[in-house]
Design a protein around this ligand. Sequence first.
Ligand code: ZN
Length: 214
Amino acid sequence: MASPRARTSLAEQVEELLADDGPLPIVVAGDPVLRRAAEPFDGQLEPELLACLIRAMRLTMHAAPGVGLAAPQVGVGLRIAVVEDPAPVPDEVRVARGRVPLPFRVLVNPSYEAVGTARAAFYEGCLSVPGWQAVVARHAEVRLRALDEHGRAVDEVLSGWPARIVQHETDHLGGTLYLDRAELRSLSSSDAMTRRWTQPTPAEAARALGFELP
Ligand code: ZN
């Protein structure tokens, strides 16, 4: 529970952030806000201000473009994230990665746990680590528990790319970046990704760069 004073200053910070229209500046790696555990959302923002923050985060995610954005990535230390993936990918990529569309949703105070022991390893990137991608082996299937923006409980099992997105964004809220979980030998610049590693799976990259896949 935040103190009244903390409540005010967080709301003021968000009001200031939202003073200008348009996409919000995205915080990049090296800023401590990305390394702190965010505060659980507990009414620190009035419903109208929360709605404005969510709208701005969605706009920012679209503009980036990205498929998920956590509040600390716009400098706000609250356990809130938005996700949305229209998944405009070729069929072979869709099949290999399980990249199916994920409709827009808001995750408030999310947590996840593994369902089963299967892992899936693919290249991913982060708007807060621009210019790079790396392979992360993640739970293939997770149970997501959260609230939505109206305070309604969410409890569902996700697999494929939606499971990856939810794990990545929830990790942000605990101060974890995907690089903490990545195969560092897979690290590739955007240019290398475009020129070399567009295959549906990272098998060829694993052989050439020397890392293990699960
Ligand atoms: Zn990220």
